[in-house]
Design a protein around this ligand. Structure first.
Ligand SMILES: [Zn+2]
Length: 139
């Protein structure tokens, strides 16, 4: 279903209407001005290319380097999804630059998190070793 709103230039809006409604998000009387304002602030008219549930970064507590790596990879993914929505070449270039920038950080976070994991494994081994030594009676 297409939105039935007739624009000032007498053309039909043509956006997809909200499921079961006559109008799209922007023209629906059911959507408050407040919500429209918030949506506008959050990134413009079209989020068509952004996959569902990925519009907002899930906020997860960052406790380790691999959490950092996950966050960076989410951000890169989101920016990448925004490229087709960009309204100008310069915005596309900015997004692409940001992706490159974040990718560098992601690479070093991944390298360091690999180290972190190795260190954790070593610590684990050491502790197990100490535990074994303690529990074996000295002869
Ligand atoms: Zn509409």
């Amino acid at each position: 279903m297409k939105c039935e709103f007739i624009k000032r230039n007498h053309e039909r809006c043509g956006n997809h209407a909200i499921q079961g409604k006559k109008f799209c998000f922007w023209h629906s009387p059911d959507v408050s001005e407040e919500m429209k304002k918030t949506a506008r602030r959050q990134g413009g008219k079209s989020n068509k290319h952004t996959p569902k549930n990925d519009k907002f970064i899930p906020i997860k507590k960052i406790e380790s380097l691999s959490d950092v790596a996950n966050l960076l990879s989410d951000l890169i993914y989101i920016l990448n999804c925004e490229i087709p929505n960009a309204d100008s070449i310069s915005t596309k270039i900015k997004l692409t630059n940001s992706i490159g920038y974040l990718t560098n950080y992601l690479i070093s976070a991944l390298e360091k998190s690999e180290m972190e994991q190795k260190m954790e494994a070593l610590e684990q081994l050491l502790q197990e070793d100490l535990y074994l030594r303690r529990s074996v009676p000295l002869s």
